[in-house]
Design a protein. Structure first.
Length: 548
């Protein structure tokens, strides 16, 4: 039985979203409506019937429907001609663990079996296509939805469309190279992968002896030192004994120090409780921040990180400007307090201008929670702030009975004029966003000497604001310092546009490489990475529990 051109067009329309029941009731369509695909017999179908079945299978997945609907329902992975693509996909998903992604999600073993037996049914074709869609989705934007992990993560993930990637894959002369190019090519992503591999290599085999609890240093002798030697050697830190294997000698101290450095511990060459616990338990907590960092880097997939941009790593309390992949500016910052209402969110927006001699428009939350009770007790409290109406007019305080208002009914705003003690200092840097977060100067300079700097209400205070202003103006004016100084000396609120505007990435990495690839670790001050790691673990468990 062959489908006519009209019927074939209807099937294609079905894949693109039309109602499948619009297809004339051919025998194959009737069979499909009365039995699930998995229950259909396995005999070879005619080409036309195969098209109909492929249409039904693909229609359930929008990305696949987009692809198969535009390529005339031609299979991509089936038959001998699809062998190269199948091999490329299997090789790509074999790398899942090295990216910190759960291998069970991609069913590599099942795909290998199908590949050996031959892929020639619509169900088998769609099985490969679905794995392609899952893999490309995860590697180009992460396995997790940021908004579902934690409310403070406002990150919008810019993923390529699966249909577009399938079309590129279908026309690629080298499918394996196309898939190899999909993961982030940022060198910091690769450095994180190497760090994860190093952590994985620190997992001792199950037959390696456990090291008894204790503390051993050079010159000591103990039977436990023999177990320490064996376990260190099993993870690549062998130390041939200079004398008795029960003696903690110089080569063993060097091996212990090498292990400690790889594990992120102080490399003192002493096998103390932390080192012994670490070598006994495998990768442990040290790998968790790296797994979270890899996922966060995948969330950044759609952004050109080689372009000039501002990068604020919140747990590091640091802001940088990068250009062509190189750091050209750095400053300390103060971020939001580690409290639900004050934590600085994560997102990307575009910095468009700076404001010199800024007024401070006090956020309403601060006005009604902190200042209104003080005004109700003393109308002259917080005298450095003006009370203004909706039109921006300053209202004399003796005209207002603050006691008649609640936090919900208070109709006024509060504002601070440009001044030396203005809460925003001499300049603020604006990248308009729904959360009213920006970078700004501050008169409270002593906080930048603290190692942990989470003290603000959410906005980001900058340690070197004037230098930052000069750097942002560089390239658009001949003398950035003179332009900024003129605006500052005017004493008036002055707007200076930034041309071209540049991205600002507010990110949250508790493990991140420097330019040499060395991983630096920072405190999970808001507890967000713990949530990401837990969600990644759950995703792996959910994937393993899925039916084949």
């Amino acid at each position: 039985m062959r489908l006519s051109g009209l019927i074939r067009a209807t099937v294609v329309a079905t894949v693109l979203g039309a109602v499948l029941t619009a297809v004339p009731r051919l025998a194959i369509a009737q069979a499909l409506e009365t039995a699930p695909v998995a229950a259909l017999p396995a005999p070879r179908l005619t080409f036309s019937e195969q098209e109909m079945l492929l249409a039904r299978q693909a229609a359930a997945y929008p990305g696949l429907a987009d692809f198969y609907g535009t390529n005339g329902l031609k299979p991509l992975f089936s038959g001998p001609e699809g062998a190269v693509r199948r091999a490329a996909l299997i090789a790509a998903i074999d790398e899942a663990a090295s990216h910190g992604l759960p291998p069970s999600r991609y069913r590599a073993q099942l795909l290998r079996q199908l590949d050996r037996e031959g892929v020639d049914t619509a169900e088998e074709e769609i099985r490969f296509a679905r794995v392609f869609a899952d893999w490309s989705h995860d590697i180009t934007g992460g396995i997790l939805d940021p908004a579902r992990v934690e409310p403070g993560i406002k990150r919008e993930v810019l993923r390529p469309r699966p249909g577009d990637l399938l079309r590129e894959f279908a026309t690629s002369a080298d499918p394996a190279a196309m898939l190899a190019a999909l993961p982030s090519q940022d060198p910091r992503y690769e450095a994180l992968r190497k760090a994860l591999a190093k952590q994985s290599r620190l997992v001792a085999p199950s037959d390696a002896p456990q090291v008894p609890e204790g503390l051993w240093r050079e010159g000591m002798s103990d039977p436990a030192i023999a177990a320490l030697r064996v376990r260190l050697a099993s993870v690549g830190f062998a130390a041939a004994p200079a004398g008795s294997p029960l003696t903690f000698d110089t080569p063993l101290a060097q091996a212990v120090a090498g292990f400690q450095q790889a594990a992120g511990l102080p490399a003192d060459g002493v096998a103390g409780p932390r080192t012994v616990a670490r070598i006994n338990r495998g990768p442990g907590a040290e790998a968790a921040p790296i797994l979270a960092a890899l996922e966060r880097m995948r969330w950044m997939y759609g952004h050109d990180l080689n372009a000039r941009h501002v990068w604020v790593n919140l747990p590091e309390f640091n802001a940088r400007i990068y250009e062509a992949g190189q750091e050209i500016f750095e400053t300390r910052v103060v971020i939001g307090k580690a409290k639900p209402d004050f934590e600085t969110p994560e997102f990307t927006e575009t910095m468009k201008y700076m404001v010199v001699n800024p007024r401070w428009n006090v956020p309403r939350s601060i006005t009604v929670k902190e200042y209104l009770p003080r005004l109700q007790a003393n109308r002259n409290a917080v005298s450095h702030l003006d009370v203004v109406d909706g039109a921006g007019n300053v209202i004399p305080r003796d005209r207002i009975d603050f006691r008649q208002y609640t936090a919900k009914t208070f109709p006024y705003r509060m504002r601070q004029k440009p001044s030396d003690d203005n809460a925003l200092g001499q300049v603020k840097f604006m990248f308009p966003n729904p959360w009213n977060i920006y970078l700004h100067d501050t008169p409270t300079r002593h906080l930048f000497n603290q190692s942990s700097r989470a003290y603000s209400h959410g906005c980001i205070r900058v340690g070197r604001p004037i230098d930052l202003a000069h750097e942002l103006l560089r390239g658009q004016v001949a003398d950035p310092a003179a332009v900024f100084d003129k605006a500052l000396r005017s004493g008036r609120e002055t707007y200076l546009n930034i041309r071209p505007p540049l991205p600002v990435h507010l990110v949250y990495f508790t493990a991140f490489p420097d330019e040499t690839g060395q991983i630096h670790r920072f405190p999970d001050i808001y507890g967000r990475d713990a949530l990401i790691h837990a969600a990644l673990v759950k995703a792996g468990l959910d994937s393993a529990a899925m039916d084949e």
